[in-house]
Design a protein around this ligand. Structure first.
Ligand SMILES: C[S@@+](CC[C@H](N)C(=O)[O-])C[C@H]1O[C@@H](n2cnc3c(N)ncnc32)[C@H](O)[C@@H]1O
Length: 273
């Protein structure tokens, strides 16, 4: 596995794992064939690893479009982002594109540029959608001095060249995974005891989803696939994964709705190896 030139995630993402990276890196398996990250988000671990073979997925269509465009048209993307107006009126104008008919038919470069722009100019870098799937995050009252780093976008472009990208739910992983592969699961955190954030997509993520994910983990274990999972340290998660190795870690949450929420959170890392 190549790890020479680490990349930073190009987006700020609730639950982004940069703060937890040392703990995750210390627990990787000795070897792996293909790396899978089915809850991609900002992809902090993928960026740190730059695996030669990867399968990346998320249910958030705009997020996956951004990665596809960085893979295929990074220069056009950066040019389009630079063309967007960076002030409050401009922010709300770009934000409402997804309320217009025909949004889904816009060129991928436009949708990806909008996503990156909103991510960097919204309040706290929060990407949040309502039940119709429309972005409702407020203007962050400033334009970041840099919406992106050219070097970083290009480095991610190179890292993605051999990666396969999918807009899919986590269970689709079972169609593409093979013995000897490694999966890192970073789902929306179990929220009932933590007041966690699940608004990445209109569908949310509840305890039935957590139990479906556990079933996928059990199947992978039987298939001989190593996996590692991060989640909130709640009694529910500890009970669910009690047959596997559970370790508590403290990690700073990087994006939160309010300043009081920016404290170290109790998390667990679960592994089947
Ligand atoms: C905690 S975030 C992942 C953060 C990521 N590890 C990082 O470093 O930024 C969880 C991700 O899961 C995605 N997601 C939510 N429900 C999903 C599902 N059913 N299947 C796959 N992805 C889902 C969200 O869109 C979000 O990007």
């Amino acid at each position: 596995m190549k790890n020479a030139h680490a990349i930073s995630p190009v987006i700020k993402w609730v639950g982004g794992k940069r703060g937890l990276l040392p703990e995750l890196l210390a627990r990787l398996p000795a070897s792996l064939r293909t790396y899978h990250e089915p809850f991609l988000g900002g992809g902090a671990l993928f960026c740190a690893l730059r695996p030669a073979s990867a399968h990346l997925a998320d249910t958030n269509a705009e997020l996956v479009t951004l990665y596809r465009v960085i893979k295929a048209q990074p220069l056009a993307l950066m040019q389009r982002v630079r063309s967007l107006p960076c002030d409050e009126a401009g922010y709300y104008d770009v934000r409402q594109w997804d309320r217009q008919p025909g949004f889904a038919d816009l060129p991928p470069v436009d949708r990806a540029a909008r996503f990156l722009y909103l991510n960097k100019t919204s309040f706290n870098g929060l990407w949040r959608v309502n039940r119709h799937g429309h972005v409702n995050a407020a203007w962050g009252k400033r334009c970041s001095p840099t919406l992106f780093s050219v070097d970083n976008v290009m480095a991610l472009h190179h890292a993605l060249r051999t990666a396969r990208l999918g807009q899919a739910g986590f269970a689709d992983l079972l169609k593409v995974v093979n013995r000897g592969d490694f999966v890192y699961f970073d789902p929306p955190y179990d929220s009932s005891e933590e007041n966690g954030f699940v608004g990445y997509t209109a569908a949310g993520f509840d305890r039935d989803d957590q139990m479906d994910l556990w079933r996928v983990c059990v199947k992978l274990h039987r298939l001989g696939v190593n996996w590692m999972l991060s989640n909130a340290d709640t009694a529910f998660i500890r009970r669910l994964y009690r047959a596997f190795k559970i370790e508590a870690v403290a990690a700073p949450r990087r994006v939160s709705r309010d300043a009081a929420g920016r404290r170290a959170a109790a998390e667990v890392i679960v592994r089947n190896y």
